[in-house]
Design a protein around this ligand. Sequence first.
Ligand SMILES: *Cc1c(COP(=O)(O)O)cnc(C)c1O
Length: 396
Amino acid sequence: MYTQFKNHLLSTIAEITEAGLYKNERIIVSPQGAEIELNTGHKVLNFCANNYLGLSNNQKLVDAAKEALHSHGYGMSSVRFICGTTDLHKELERKIAGFFGTEDTILYAACFDANGGVFEPLLSEDDAIISDALNHASIIDGVRLCKAQRYRYANADMADLEKQLQQAMQQRFRLIVTDGVFSMDGNVAPVDRIAALAEKYDAMVMIDESHSAGVVGRTGRGVTELFNLQGRIEIITGTLGKAFGGAIGGFTTGKKEIIELLRQRSRPYLFSNSIPPLVAAAGIRMIDMMTETNELQDKLHRNSEYFIERMTSLGFDIKPTKSAICAVMLYDARLSQEFAAGLLDEGIYVTGFYYPVVPKGEARIRVQLSSGHETAHLDKAIGAFEKIGRKLGVLK
Ligand SMILES: *Cc1c(COP(=O)(O)O)cnc(C)c1O
């Protein structure tokens, strides 16, 4: 049997390779950060991590994790409800709720699990989920696991959302779900208008703040801060794996009855291990830091504005963004790969994306800014973009 199956796998892998979609991993031998070292000996400036606040190797978080390693040990060897809950898990859940201005929080091993486990316990075939077409894969999978009726609207298209809501009026409960920031364009979901439509059509709202928490809003509270909707959104999900330290872990935060039922019924919570106490301890320290000072958020916003302004004045075509994701549009798939390779030769590590990750004819290089970047890093990247841009005829 396996011989046939193996041939089947090899031909699938060959198809992936022929389509130019085979993913190779670069191997990093230093801590994650603005400057990283690869196993090839190359030292490069990193512009493709989700390390928005530069916390992946922050000394205070490392120290908090070390202390917890001594006080609470390494692993929990249990799910939360059997014997996997420590004081640190409970404190982090409270801190996250305090940060977002929500009522309660439930932790997961990842936001993939938070999204995978949020719909099925809450909604049934009598209900409706109305989902943005560009929502993250984990939301799509979570929706598939739930029996609710599915409606889909074009990315951030409020006329389409309204049309879908009208169709969903026959269902008992309606939940609109959107990413806060969409990862390919860096655009912010129009949550003010989504909330208004939710009110008009008697629906609830869920926002995945994975790319917006720590980033969007003056103090990094995410899109609910940007649109002045703190405490008004029923469900927020997010990750500890991006701006929030970059290790591992996810959460759902929102109305307390929702969180309470998730603790009873959410399958990734009930049937998967709790996060290590050291990750919870570093998470607590991270939220404290973001509450004590706004330095990191301010620096990220300065860096993003600086980079986008310089790149625009050089003549690059940048998608409008309020996040730390900057899509430098090149349109042509091959060009995006040549451009990224040219930048790597200049010591700038970015990723070129093309179909099917983004729509056909919309190839781009995605730059992710961080408060870990200094102005010299940004200048070096901008200089490299200019050099390769002229060489490849993108800039005249
Ligand atoms: C990264 C991401 C996730 C997954 O987060 P993990 O904690 O890494 O599983 C979920 N949703 C969105 C929108 C993301 O960007």
